[in-house]
Design a protein around this ligand. Structure first.
Ligand code: AP5
Ligand code: ZN
Length: 215
């Protein structure tokens, strides 16, 4: 199954994608994670991307299109993939369509995880991350031991772009540049809305019910 997991910052895309990728045995491709790994490693791409990410702005389309073009051609995507955080603009969606047509792996579904803005601010400001990719929350998703990752024992930290003023900017950028993709995918019949306000388990179950109906 070829899936896009769509939704505003903090909707729970990363949390769900991690579990879904295990459950359906397909790779989780997060452009945010790819960019953050480049920032950590100090690559040229990372240095370029950091400037935009720290301000809550989008990294330029041509950079992201190049990343995705290479990634979906890798052999682990042959039985499906789950995109998280891409596409985020109409040009990114158009480019994706062309890339996937050429390799004959078109999208099956775009899952739009819907969560109101007030909840998003709370989710993002309480999020704590581990460098292994795990994500926790000070209220909704506590690690077993305070400040420590359950999976790898790493020290949890707050993402630079989860500070309140950057969160607000990310939500504005989402509304202006990314939200129009809801109509774009609705018009071509790929969009399915998911109520993202329930617990992590509730949302997971809703998504599985949708994906199982595509099998
Ligand atoms: P990216 O990393 O993609 O950030 P994002 O889309 O803003 O998404 P988040 O990771 O913030 O949220 P999420 O939906 O994954 O939520 P999560 O599961 O963590 O991008 C970062 C930056 O990179 C962008 O701003 C941009 O600069 C750049 N970038 C990336 N892709 C790009 C692209 N395609 N084009 C251009 N630039 C790009 O959950 C959030 C919190 O809520 C967690 O603490 C979690 O524990 C908690 N939570 C999750 N589910 C629930 C629930 N059901 N109930 C209660 N709490 C929950
Ligand atoms: Zn960890």
């Amino acid at each position: 199954m070829n899936i896009v997991l769509f939704g505003p910052p903090g909707a729970g895309k990363g949390t769900q994608a991690k579990e879904l990728a295990k459950h359906y045995n397909i790779p989780h491709i997060s452009t945010g994670d790819i960019l953050r790994a480049n920032v950590r490693e100090g690559t040229k791409l990372g240095m370029q991307a950091k400037e935009f990410m720290d301000k809550g702005e989008l990294v330029p389309d041509e950079v992201l299109i190049g990343i995705i073009r290479d990634r979906v051609k890798e052999s682990d995507c042959k039985d499906g993939y789950m995109l998280d955080g891409y596409p985020r603009t109409i040009p990114q969606a158009e480019a994706l369509k062309d890339i996937l047509e050429k390799i004959n792996k078109p999208l099956d579904v775009v899952l739009n995880i819907d969560v109101p803005d007030d909840d998003l601010i709370g989710r993002l400001s309480g999020r704590r991350m581990c460098s292994c990719g795990d994500s926790y929350h000070l209220m909704f998703n506590l690690p077993l031991k305070e400040g420590t990752c359950d999976s790898c024992g790493g020290k949890l930290y707050q993402r630079d772009d989860d500070k309140e003023e950057v969160v607000r900017q990310r939500l504005e950028v989402y509304a202006a540049k990314t939200k129009p993709l809801i109509n774009y995918y609705e018009d071509i019949g790929l969009l399915v809305n998911i109520d993202g306000t329930g617990s992590v388990e509730d949302v997971f179950k809703q998504i599985c019910d949708v994906l199982d109906s595509y099998k």
